[in-house]
Design a protein around this ligand. Structure first.
Ligand code: GLN
Length: 441
């Protein structure tokens, strides 16, 4: 399998990793033996899946698609991945992504730009681009992405597959390389709601190794087929009236709203924060957290160390040579907003805005069951364009980052020819999100 994957033209996989082959073959042999002995096998047994290359899988390299960790071997396995292995799923490939999750196009990687599954001249989306492309192309049955500000939902939308960011804390982050810890979420990308549900249920649950996790009940398939409880949906007026919104995406979205009304659901138009406020709040906090999280990557304990004259120089050269331009931009930005003289004005203001955004959501969800929005304001850019225009890339996250700041469950479903529909519910109401996706089918 690895030799085939290494020839894929989409750049959706990372370094050919013979160790991963060994793991996969051993696990597959176990399933074969079970089948041969006539035992019934579980839903995930023998099912091949992909892993965004930011999750630890013991014995394999976890590179975060970066030069800095190009040869880094995972010393342990992430909780979410371990649960999938325990259920018999077979890890096939570590997937290409923007390094450390920094980006929206999967071009900020040492393994070549990830190409869109539908049109290879366009980006695969990011940061979990390899994961979405692998699912869209049937190279994997499902993939595990990571979503801090849209990195599961946006590439799922760009490649016309399903991608779920569960409620923050529903799935353990232990063993996920931290980008911005307060919004980092583990989630599945797949081709059906049922597959999303099975993988979500398998990975969810309290983990003593991640204190932000909580106990959650298994969501029953019957429960998400019973869609009677959905009465009201809302959407944000300013998202849909925005000049930045592509006319085709807008038309698809409004057609969907009409379809929902025709099914007897009442639709409310809601007020929300301006996109610029959402994007700047998210990037202020995400950069601050990533500057802090990545400070340990200085070549001492982790990373490709580049020796220089003294220790300080060694840190500087190791980090300057091995981090990408985008990652350095974020570390510098993050340290600036955290520094004396700036933190009150910028960082604390960001925290305050996040509280206001969460309160706004609480109010909204006292009035509606579901909030709908397009996943992105624009269609996937051509390969090469995002790297030239980082600010435009940040703005393309306008519709996903708000829900991340609110720590809400939110799902991309493929819709028309556009970049997908985003279905969001109140915190811990992941079941309702999946229910609504079924209702739309
Ligand atoms: N594009 C966003 C960013 O670069 C989101 C990335 C993510 O969710 N990992 O921060």
């Amino acid at each position: 399998v690895q030799s085939k994957l290494s020839n894929l033209k989409e750049n959706s996989h990372n370094t050919v990793n013979a160790l991963l082959d060994d793991i996969a073959l051993k696990l597959a042999a176990k399933v074969d033996a079970k089948i041969a002995s006539g035992e019934t096998i579980g839903l995930l047994e023998g099912i091949p899946f992909g892993i965004k290359d930011v999750y630890m899988l013991q014995g394999t390299c976890t590179t975060a698609s970066s030069d800095l960790l190009k040869h880094y071997k995972s010393p342990y396995t992430a909780t979410a991945i371990q649960k999938l292995l325990d259920a018999g799923a077979i890890p096939l490939v570590k997937e290409n992504c923007d390094s450390f999750g920094h980006g929206s196009s999967s071009e900020n990687t040492i393994f070549g730009p990830v190409k869109n599954a539908i049109n290879p001249e366009l980006v695969g989306g990011g940061s979990s681009g390899g994961s979405a492309v692998n699912v869209a192309k049937d190279y994997t049955v499902f993939s595990i992405g990571g979503d801090t500000g849209g990195s599961i939902r946006q590439p799922a939308g760009y490649n016309h597959v399903y991608g779920l960011k569960p409620t923050y804390g529903r799935i353990s982050r232990y063993g996920l390389m931290a980008y911005a810890s307060s919004t980092d979420c583990v989630g599945p990308i797949a081709k059906s709601i049922e597959d999303i549900l099975i993988v979500l249920n398998t990975m969810s649950g309290l983990d003593p190794k991640d204190q932000t996790t909580f106990t959650s009940e298994t969501i029953q398939e019957d429960a998400i087929l019973d869609t009677k409880s959905i009465k009201t949906v809302g959407y944000f007026k300013n998202f849909i009236d925005s000049e930045a919104l592509d006319p085709k995406i807008k038309a698809d979205f409004l057609a969907c709203i009409e379809k929902i009304k025709a099914k007897g659901i009442s639709v409310k138009v809601l007020d929300f924060f301006e996109s610029d406020t959402l994007v700047s709040t998210y990037y202020t906090l995400a950069m601050a957290e990533t500057a802090s999280n990545l400070s340990r990557l200085d070549g001492t304990n982790y990373g490709n160390r580049i020796e220089a004259e003294n220790l300080k120089e060694t840190y500087a050269v190791t980090r300057s040579e091995n981090f990408s331009e985008e990652t350095k931009r974020r570390i510098v930005g993050g340290n600036q907003v955290l520094s004396q003289g700036f933190s009150d004005e910028i960082y604390l203001k960001g925290l305050n805005l996040r509280d206001q955004i969460s309160q706004n959501f609480e109010k909204d969800f006292s009035e509606v069951d579901i909030i709908l929005s397009p996943v992105t304001p624009s269609t996937p850019p051509k390969i090469g364009d995002s790297l030239k225009a980082p600010l435009a890339m940040y703005l393309s996250d306008a519709y996903t980052v708000g829900f991340s700041l609110g720590q809400l469950p939110t799902l991309t479903v493929p819709q028309g020819t556009a970049t997908g529909l985003q279905i969001t519910a109140a915190k811990n109401n992941d079941e309702l999100v999946l229910k609504f996706a079924n209702f739309l089918k």
